[in-house]
Design a protein around this ligand. Sequence first.
Ligand SMILES: *Cc1c(COP(=O)(O)O)cnc(C)c1O
Length: 377
Amino acid sequence: MADSSRIFLSPPHMSGTEQAYIQKAFDENYITTAGQNILDFEKELCQRTGANQAVGLNSGTAAIHLALQVLGIGTGDEVLCSTFTFVATANPILYQDATPVFIDSEPDTWNMCPVTLEKAIQERLQIGKKPKAILLVHLYGMAAKLNEVMNIANRYNIPVIEDAAEALGSTYQNKALGTFGAIGIYSFNGNKIITTSGGGALVTDNASLAQKSLFLASQAKDPAPHYQHSEVGYNYRLSNISAGIGLGQLEVLQERVQQRRKIYEYYQQALAPIKAIRFLPEPAGAFSNRWLSCITLAPDQPITPEQLRLALEKENIEARPLWKPLHLQPLFAETPYYGGTIAETLFNQGLCLPSGSALTPEQLEKITTVITKQFQS
Ligand SMILES: *Cc1c(COP(=O)(O)O)cnc(C)c1O
């Protein structure tokens, strides 16, 4: 099972203070989905993101599901959604019996193209289907074109949900990603920049949306001395143990961002001599947590990303393809799609390199040496 010599893509990186918070939960005997760690974690998350309200949940996927639910998205509604993302972004649209309408990326940030987004809105309006929400992903920690997307959203009066699962610690014009739209979500899954082992959060400036989310996340219990229910609820609350891990992790969030940014810079410098390898620069205004360091390979050269991945795997180094666009997934074969082949090309030419914040200089050198070898001869 545990393989200490393997270099993983993005493993957990503990701060050392997590167990003290877990011990506190044990001391207070709050081994449940309530307790001081949860409240402290939500408060800390607000402080670090500038959000007004945070609700701790047991996954990022649950946070997206609640966001759709509290914004009133239901049967037959359409949600405009980034195609270039992990499936967890769009699955909750299906839970709501709604329809995703996928939007292609643009090349500057790899995220939702604002021009395609507006075209999609206009076409959907023409056929009498006003989209009910925009589900905007900040992939790999990079801010989408927020000014453009928010302007369009405001002009057509469509609420934005930001999937910032991969983007905690990233900002755009000094404002945290996840705090631009009506609702933002984060994930604290084991592979994310910080973890609670499994968990997520929903953030918003709207107190009634936060309150409604908390209500639905805790089985929708009506105020009564007995168990009284008028709505479908969920068991989505974060555990007090997980929140303790999260408190220890939030203490080092800034450090983790700096470590991941340094890893990206290392790759960029060490691989600069290989002209076939390209990086995604930070556009003006964006500050990325560089959750994963991703490269794309020029199409007109002999090494494919899969060859590179296999060469790394042979040395017990884990690399992964970029997310496969959702409009190309069998699950979404019948789903409307707007755009061309930008996300598809990124998928075909890209590779995510090991990006864990605990990577040592020796490990980084090993990785770049394996990659460099592939391009020699
Ligand atoms: C990880 C992730 C999610 C889901 O988060 P979980 O906590 O694993 O449910 C959603 N969207 C994106 C883009 C992710 O990377």
